[in-house]
Ligand binder design. Structure first.
Ligand SMILES: Nc1ncnc2c1ncn2[C@@H]1O[C@H](COP(=O)(O)OP(=O)(O)OP(=O)(O)O)[C@@H](O)[C@H]1O
Length: 772
């Protein structure tokens, strides 16, 4: 292509310097020399091809614009004077000199300043000067009316974009992580250094980046598609902290209260505004502060239906060591357990109010490593992770169950990615920088692996990635906020951040399920221990009652037997008479003696005596009947008691098994508590000697006997198997033993003491039956 023609196309000027309107047919179809010349290199050919392509495109656009231009309808803004251009508040954005110099900047686009454009949005904001791209149009100084309109407009737009965000957010976005962009305002230093705004946000989503270094390089300028990014939402420099919080994190806080995990992390170059976004200032608190405030407000609103426990920890990763920011000390070691990666020994503070959390945050930030660098006076030299764990427990009295939900919110302020020159050359800073970059590189590798769907994700490459394992690729709702500076002096960093964030959009996390546990036992350890003790006490009482009934029954049986064995009126009357008076009662003793002596002295039956005897026989029959009734009643009671005891034993056994599994409450803590209570109880001295209600060890006391094992109960000795009832069966009952006593050593059941004395009447009964 002739040099003159090429420069004309580049500058969109004719030889006289006036703007060209339409490219001639000849120019459009002319095949560049480089393409025709076989000796030209590939690079040359490609350049020529690109030029040819642009040339044709320019020609077609110019011909379009050459058509009679329509007047904008009333109230309709011309493209460059679009509402967004006019009203978008960008207070700190400097107007590029090219715009100031361009006389066409506020007029409709004409053929002279048309350049290839990637999208309609961008069309409104691109400015070309004499056919050369000079940057994005920045708004003129704002007027009062403009601000109000801008607010209205931006609110409308915000609603729109929030609507979109909501639609595609946590629940509906599958499990893709959400990526937001935040542009900070230009700082004085950047302005002083002659920086220009190279970032433009359109529609609260699209981000356009301009490389002013290439403004004279027409070829590279065309690669605009490389510099257009779209995120879930993009915040311009005028966005408030509350705006950023409510769009990015508010939903995560809600989800955490429902028992889901959430992570928010800020990424960006050093000085890009990460700490400002995460922590903020006293006047403009950031996401961490607003999230905690919101969390406590929401907890207060819901506290009527259960208990919430908020615990928080704050750590930093500095030079590949993990430190506790709330109680600084030795570096912490990372361990992997069933909850994921945890820093062993990290302090967990229980927080009851926002103020308390704020105090802890301030304390933690004082301990955080920050150093002034060339870029940022308060540059964070470490990655900081604030973790808030919210546990919600609700007891359902009706179903005797406890619902427990645990949600974890991780708020991460990453250290800035940086160039060594951008920060400092001093050794400590450069080592820090190298470590920061290494960990961020590890983070990038993880993101790449996740995006590419690789099986192995190299989390272990750095402490940071180990700690973020949950948030990236785990079961978690994750939000990333990419922070950038608008200044063209940091173009490289900004571009890197944008590419990085764009890639992160592809990460898919696992489905974030509710961490909920329903335990069908009383909630607290004390409650369980109380219940156990109550059951034990009840059990003991039942056993004592049973023993008493047994005793009564035996006495009655003995009386009845005695009456049967000696039908003589004297013995019957003595047996049927109430228990002999105590020896202290001398009078009664005397009376008794005289009565028995008079009876013994009788040797003839008088009608009076016969009558008396008949009467006594009658009494015996009544007594026997009563005994039978009582026996039946005791039998019934015995069965009832046995049933109750069995049920209680089953409940206790069930509880102990649960406690043994450690499945009670959260993490098995309550289970251990029960175990402890039982152990403590079992260590107590025995409460009674009669074998009733003894608590030796949980295993002996509460566990059911092995299936098939013969359980030796009180009933083996007494009641149903009592020798008074079964005497000739095969079982080694007491009566059996009494009859075979001579054959071998006495059974343990017949050891001196309780059993021998207690059962002496039975022996009588056995003798009596043998006699019969
Ligand atoms: N949105 C914003 N509005 C006003 N000022 C901001 C905003 N974002 C950042 N700044 C200011 O920019 C400066 C640098 O911000 P900040 O310290 O948050 O950067 P950083 O990304 O955390 O840097 P580093 O990685 O070095 O710690 C601070 O003075 C901060 O007040």
């Amino acid at each position: 292509m002739p040099v003159s023609t090429r420069s004309q196309i580049l500058n969109n000027q004719d030889e006289n310097g006036s703007n060209i309107s339409v490219q001639s047919e000849r120019q459009q179809t002319q095949i560049p020399h480089a393409l025709r010349n076989p000796h030209c290199g590939l690079k040359e050919k490609l350049k020529s091809l690109a030029l040819l392509y642009e040339q044709q495109k320019l020609a077609s656009m110019a011909s379009k614009n050459n058509q009679p231009s329509k007047r904008p309808e009333e109230g309709q803004q011309s493209p460059t004077n679009s509402a967004i251009d006019q009203l978008d508040p960008t207070p700190n954005m400097e107007k590029p000199p090219a715009i100031r110099e361009n006389p066409m900047q506020n007029s409709t686009l004409t053929k002279t300043n048309v350049i290839p454009q990637p999208a309609d949005d961008l069309k409104e904001n691109l400015i070309a000067e004499n056919g050369r791209f000079v940057g994005f149009s920045c708004p003129p100084p704002k007027r009062a009316v403009t601000t109000a309109m801008a607010r209205r407009l931006s609110l409308g737009k915000r609603r729109e974009s929030l609507g979109e965000t909501k639609q595609s957010s946590i629940s509906n976005n599958g499990n893709k992580i959400m990526v937001f962009l935040r542009l900070r305002p230009m700082v004085r230093r950047e302005k002083d250094a002659g920086g220009r705004c190279c970032v433009r946000i359109v529609n609260r989503r699209d981000v356009y980046l301009t490389d002013f270094a290439l403004e004279h390089d027409y070829l590279r300028l065309k690669r605009l598609h490389d510099r257009h990014f779209t995120f879930d939402a993009s915040f311009s420099e005028s966005a408030s902290q509350q705006d950023v919080y409510s769009t990015t994190t508010a939903e995560l806080v809600e989800a955490v209260l429902e028992g889901r995990n959430g992570s928010v992390f800020c990424y960006g170059a050093t000085g890009a505004g990460k700490t400002y976004t995460m922590l903020g200032t006293l006047e403009n608190p950031g996401v961490m502060v607003l999230a905690i405030k919101d969390l406590f407000t929401k907890i207060r609103q819901r506290s009527f239906d259960g208990n919430h426990v908020v615990q928080l920890s704050y750590l930093e990763v500095y030079n590949e060591t993990v430190r506790d920011l709330l109680s600084p000390g030795r570096p912490l070691v990372l361990r992997e357990d069933k909850q994921g990666i945890v820093a062993a020994g990290l302090t967990q503070y229980r927080a009851y109010s926002t103020d308390e959390v704020m105090a802890l945050l301030i304390q933690g930030n004082k301990n955080r490593t920050t150093e002034p660098t060339r870029v940022n006076e308060t540059s964070s030299r470490s990655h900081a992770i604030l973790q808030v764990v919210v546990e919600y427990r609700m007891r359902d009295a009706a179903s005797m169950s406890v619902v427990s939900r645990v949600g974890k919110l991780s708020l991460i302020d990453l250290a800035g990615s940086e160039r060594a020159l951008a920060t400092d050359q001093r050794s400590v800073r450069s080592i820090e920088g190298a470590n920061i970059n290494r960990s961020l590189l590890a983070l990038s590798s993880c993101i790449n692996a996740l995006v590419e769907g690789k099986k192995h994700i190299p989390y272990r490459n750095s402490k940071l990635t180990q700690l973020l394992k949950d948030s990236l690729g785990g079961a978690c709702n994750t939000v990333m906020i990419a922070n950038i500076s608008p200044c063209n002096l940091f173009f490289g960093e900004t571009q890197n951040t944008l590419h990085w964030a764009n890639r992160a959009k592809e990460i898919r996390n696992k489905a974030c399920e509710v961490n909920e546990e329903i335990v069908r036992v009383p909630e607290s350890e004390t409650d369980q221990a109380k219940l156990l003790l109550e059951l034990q006490k009840e059990n003991r009482e039942l056993r004592v009652q049973l023993a008493k009934q047994q005793q009564k029954l035996l006495i009655l049986q003995a009386q009845s037997l005695a009456a049967n064995s000696s039908p003589g009126p004297s013995s019957v009357s003595s047996l049927l008479s109430p228990l002999p008076p105590p020896p202290s009662s001398k009078k009664a003793n005397k009376k008794h003696k005289s009565k028995s002596s008079s009876l013994l002295g009788m040797n003839c039956y008088t009608p009076e005596l016969r009558k008396k005897e008949t009467h006594e026989e009658e009494s015996i029959r009544v007594l026997q009947k009563t005994v039978k009734e009582m026996e039946a009643e005791i039998e019934r009671m015995k069965k009832d008691h046995e049933l109750q005891l069995k049920q209680k034993d089953q409940v206790i056994h069930g509880l102990l098994q649960k406690a043994g599994k450690g499945g009670l409450g959260n993490g098995g803590g309550s289970g251990q508590g029960v175990k402890m209570m039982v152990t403590r109880a079992s260590l107590k001295p025995k409460e009674s000697n009669n074998g009733v209600g003894e608590l030796r060890s949980p295993g002996r006391r509460f566990l059911s006997p092995e299936p098939g094992a013969k359980k030796r109960t009180f009933w083996d000795i007494t009641a149903a198997n009592s020798p008074s009832i079964t005497t000739l069966n095969d079982r080694k009952t007491r009566s059996h033993l009494t009859t075979t006593e001579a054959a071998g050593p006495p059974s343990l059941l017949l050891q001196p003491g309780f059993s021998r004395q207690r059962f002496s009447p039975l022996k009588k009964q056995g003798d009596f039956q043998a006699q019969r």
